[in-house]
Ligand binder design. Sequence first.
Ligand SMILES: NC(=O)c1ccc[n+]([C@@H]2O[C@H](COP(=O)([O-])OP(=O)(O)OC[C@H]3O[C@@H](n4cnc5c(N)ncnc54)[C@H](O)[C@@H]3O)[C@@H](O)[C@H]2O)c1
Ligand SMILES: [Fe+2]
Length: 295
Amino acid sequence: MMTKTCQFKAPSVIVNGPGASKETGSFGKGIGKKALIVTDTVLEQKGVLNEIKNSLELAGVAYSVYNKVVNEPTMGYTEEGLKAYKESGADFLIAVGGGSPIDTAKAIAALATNPGRKVTEFLGADKIPNPGSPLIAIPTTAGTGSEVTQFTIITDTDRDVKMLIASPMIMPKVALVDPLLTLSMPQNITMATGLDALTHAIEAYVSVKAHPLTDTLALQAIRIIGANLRQAWSNGDNLEARTNMIIGSLHAGMAFSNASVALVHGMARPIGAYFHVPHGVSNAALLPIVIEFSI
Ligand SMILES: NC(=O)c1ccc[n+]([C@@H]2O[C@H](COP(=O)([O-])OP(=O)(O)OC[C@H]3O[C@@H](n4cnc5c(N)ncnc54)[C@H](O)[C@@H]3O)[C@@H](O)[C@H]2O)c1
Ligand SMILES: [Fe+2]
């Protein structure tokens, strides 16, 4: 029996399935007049943005592109992205990428509507006063789940700290979850990001903040990711496995956004900050050790 009340937060709309990103234009039209697409150069070069740009053009929504996001984003790039956002004249953001572009866009969104603040002032829970600029989040990894979380993780390069910023003010308005965008992921990124998603699900399930809704999502995520990660890794063109993996990551994202993560993520952040190990790899290295220690 539940003895306390529990909250659950998620974007207003989540569209998932092959082709979901083609709806960027129709959602964008309802949100603003001009978008800044926040992404990285690899994705732009691989053509991952092409259908998204087409969809905006068909809907008559203007856009500029900021493609300088770095992996495991640092605070300098959030300031640079904010400058690009202001100079573009855009009134909303579209993040296309893995956790790095989505987290960068969330930080830009918060800085834009909280003038005079620095991203370091947002460190911790509920430190962002005003709701961020509207954000459409489109993941290309499966993944961080950042498209449905109230978190952004930005490295403070002065102190070598990966800052966990948690606030409903940066929850994306719309998440467009399209497995077609993940087909181009190479094997190492498929495995690292898939193990990050699995870690989210396991840690959300064992978290002291878990509740019935998050448990349902976490268990389903563990089932789906367990059954599909090897296939998505060994045959990246397998659309069924890619579709299942991004649905698994979506479940895990909603679970941990509302139930939190635990020791693996807590220890992975300093490893990432000091040694620049990709987030999924540091989680994967710690997960078996933390499970063994915990049971
Ligand atoms: N906000 C959250 O809730 C949350 C949760 C977990 C992790 N994170 C953060 O997310 C970041 C990591 O994100 P990530 O693991 O998704 O990786 P990433 O965004 O850093 O991308 C890693 C590499 O993969 C490439 N890539 C991404 N999608 C691709 C595709 N479809 N095809 C080819 N290449 C592709 C990128 O160009 C990049 O070079 C870390 O900073 C981590 O701390 C955030
Ligand atoms: Fe993670």
